[in-house]
Design a protein around this ligand. Structure first.
Ligand SMILES: [Zn+2]
Length: 357
């Protein structure tokens, strides 16, 4: 049942209408950020089409068919050759194709086409998901075109992507595009509380920093996050309150410690949300729009020492360094330089695209 899924009520309404009219398209493109439920919605369509005791036109969620559709038999390791095959669920008519490395392969699309041309083994329809469809290259996209054009009426192909613009127009034009929205903080919070994933206080914080992605909120290691946030708050305080350069260089050093190697990017993300929050407060915008609202007292103190051009400059400088990191400059030296530049006298207001969202 779509009711068991969180958020995207508009998409639920649309898909229900298609199911009620028995007009579920053969080729669909689900576009939306990571972690908003695209795959779960696609599986719900597969359930609706194959359920043994449907509720109206929706899957019951409990019959053997519905239950088996929820379990993918993913290969044991990332290196496994089995990623080049169709990854089936426990239901023989529902499967997924994912890129083994960076691209979806021509051969995978041929296998998908062959399978899509078979009649359902057990249920009434075959449903195939293509995960990260933006990883189709020209060759694999072309191999997919034919089956997208005229899928057999018992087969449905759902492409999932967070970057629809990366797909070839020929692919996009053959699919019915369905856009997923980020979830509201309230939707994420109530999901975490209702499913007893975290207590009330933790759920509220996790929901607000998840930026609309339930998947991100669920995957978050809260302990790690709070440690990161404390460290980044110290950076912001050193920048805004004390102009403490020794402290900043120490923070830069900590950020580059080997044990935090994999956290570097996420620590910068956290620092940016803190800067945005302080910025919002310095503009006297309503405190409800602050992400890290449990740190309001500290953030308010910081915001009193800021004119609004400094946070704008800081965010521009962080973004600029991220771009440089892609071309692989020395990260340690870059972090030192970044924090010292940020500490320097008020930089000019940077491009408008850095305004808080
Ligand atoms: Zn069922």
């Amino acid at each position: 049942m779509f009711d068991s899924l969180t958020g995207n009520e508009r998409v639920k309404k649309l898909l229900r209408r298609m199911q009620d009219a028995r007009r579920v398209p053969g080729a669909m493109l689900f576009a939306g950020e990571e972690g908003v439920g695209k795959k779960l919605f696609a599986l719900e369509i597969a359930r609706a089409l194959n359920c043994r005791s449907p509720q109206g036109t929706e899957g019951c969620g409990h019959c053997p068919s519905c239950v088996r559709i929820g379990t993918f038999n993913y290969p044991q390791s990332i290196e496994s050759e089995d990623w080049k095959e169709i990854v089936w669920t426990d239901h023989p008519d529902v499967g997924l194709v994912a890129a083994p490395k960076r691209v979806l392969l021509v051969d995978q699309m041929r296998k998908l086409e062959r399978e899509a041309n078979f009649r359902p083994y057990e249920g009434k329809a075959r449903v195939f998901l293509i995960d990260d469809a933006d990883k189709l290259n020209d060759a694999s996209a072309n191999a997919l075109l034919k089956v997208l054009e005229e899928p057999p009426h018992t087969s449905h192909i759902v492409l999932l992507t967070s970057r629809p613009a990366m797909l070839l127009p020929t692919i996009r034009s053959r699919c019915q595009m369905i856009r997923f929205s980020p979830l509201s903080a309230n939707e994420i919070e109530s999901h975490l509380v209702t499913n007893k994933i975290a207590g009330a206080r933790e759920s509220r914080i996790r929901a607000r920093v998840a930026r609309g992605s339930l998947g991100r909120a669920l995957a978050q290691d809260f302990q790690e996050f709070t440690e990161q946030r404390e460290a980044m708050l110290r950076v912001l305080e050193a920048l805004a309150l004390s102009d403490n350069r020794i402290g900043l260089l120490r923070s830069a050093e900590e950020l580059n410690e080997a044990r935090y190697k994999d956290e570097y990017e996420s620590r910068l993300d956290v620092l940016e949300t803190l800067i945005r929050d302080a910025w919002i407060l310095s503009l006297r915008s309503p405190a409800e729009t602050v992400v890290n609202e449990d740190l309001l007292p500290q953030l308010e103190k910081i915001s009193k020492h800021l004119d609004s051009t400094r946070p704008a400059g800081w965010i521009a400088q962080i973004e600029e360094m991220r771009e440089q990191l892609i071309v692989n400059i020395n990260r340690k030296a870059a972090t030192d330089a970044l924090f010292l530049t940020m500490a320097a006298a008020s930089p000019p207001l940077q491009k408008r695209r850095f305004l808080p969202r």
